[in-house]
Design a binder for this molecule. Structure first.
Ligand code: PMP
Length: 308
């Protein structure tokens, strides 16, 4: 349990960070949020926030889509985050949750003419799904929200009912995760993670026009695969049956990190075990996020003073 939160413009004891049952965002899902991970580096006794700037840039974009002002710049949000996490004193992997939301206490669905609240909390965090090295996945009977209904590229709180429906259906049916299709029946993404597959040695991922969240891990993987493995990523729409014949497939996201998909709808992906590309990307990713690769150190923001 965290001890503090950033709420109402200050770092306050977590018990004081409360909203009313009348809060607009609580009633209508009118908020946007981020999920940022911080990784503990034992050798350096340092906690590194991974790609925090990119997360706050996306939050600003989500807020624009929601007619929401952002009371703090990307840099200020970063400074507040460092201060909060430092005050918590965490010496373990941590998850940071910033929220921007319509804070008025009134009845009336709209986005304009309302006041915006901003809050952050941070909690210790480990794995998001159990089987990161061998996830078994179904195709959800739920479809992904469409850009002309609820834009998926904005990380909107209310939109996560779509993710929750897909996730719960998958887990109650005995799977680890769900793959969700677009309205036209192409692969969009997982319930809360982006999707990649390997076919004939090529990395392939759905384009940003497939109603995906434009993931920061997705961008990280595209860069690492290109720079470190010499693999280009093709962004194109993906048919459901392509996954049945893919050599490898995986999910990626801040929460899930990189999780190998070894089975889709009772069919093995490749030989049904974690593949070489996913394995190498996972190793690379985990050293990068902990600040162990000099070339990508600029993605890692140290929380505690006295860092290199
Ligand atoms: N898609 C959805 C729907 C998500 O909730 C997330 C997690 N934020 C992702 C993809 C992955 O995005 P990121 O890599 O930026 O965490």
């Amino acid at each position: 349990m965290p001890k503090y939160a950033f709420f109402g413009g200050h770092i306050v004891p977590i018990e004081q960070a409360k909203v009313s049952i009348m809060t607009h965002a609580f009633n209508y899902g009118t908020g946007c949020f981020e999920g940022i991970r911080a990784y503990w580096n034992e050798a350096e006794e340092q906690l590194y926030l991974f790609r925090m700037k990119e997360h706050y840039e996306r939050m600003h974009r989500s807020a624009r889509i929601l007619h929401m002002g952002t009371p703090y710049s990307v840099e200020e949000m970063g400074e507040i985050t460092v201060e909060l996490v430092r005050k918590e004193g965490y010496r373990q992997d941590t998850y940071i949750r910033p929220l921007a939301y319509k804070a008025d206490e009134l009845v009336g669905v709209r986005l304009h003419d309302l006041h915006d609240g901003f809050a952050i909390f941070a909690v210790p965090f480990g794995r998001y799904i159990e089987n990161e090295e061998g996830a078994r996945v179904c195709i959800s009977s739920w479809r992904r929200i469409d850009d002309n209904a609820v834009p998926a590229r904005a990380k909107i709180t209310g939109a996560y009912i779509n993710s929750a429906l897909a996730k719960t259906e998958a887990v109650l049916s005995g799977f680890d995760e769900a793959l969700v299709l677009t309205q036209t029946g192409h692969i969009s993404e997982g319930s809360a993670e982006n999707f990649f597959m390997v076919r004939e040695g090529l990395l392939i991922t759905p384009p940003v026009t497939s109603n995906i969240l434009e993931g920061i891990t997705r961008a990280t993987i595209m860069e690492l695969a290109c720079e470190e493995l010499g693999m280009e990523t093709v962004e194109r729409s993906i048919d459901r049956s392509e996954i049945y014949i893919a050599e490898e497939a995986f999910f990626c996201g801040t929460g899930v990190q990189i999780a190998a998909i070894v089975e889709v709808e009772h069919r093995p992906v490749g030989d049904g075990r974690i593949g070489q590309v996913v394995k190498r990307l996972r190793e690379l990713y985990f050293s990068v996020v902990r600040g162990d690769v000099a070339r990508y150190r600029h993605w890692c923001t140290p929380v505690y003073a006295g860092s290199r």
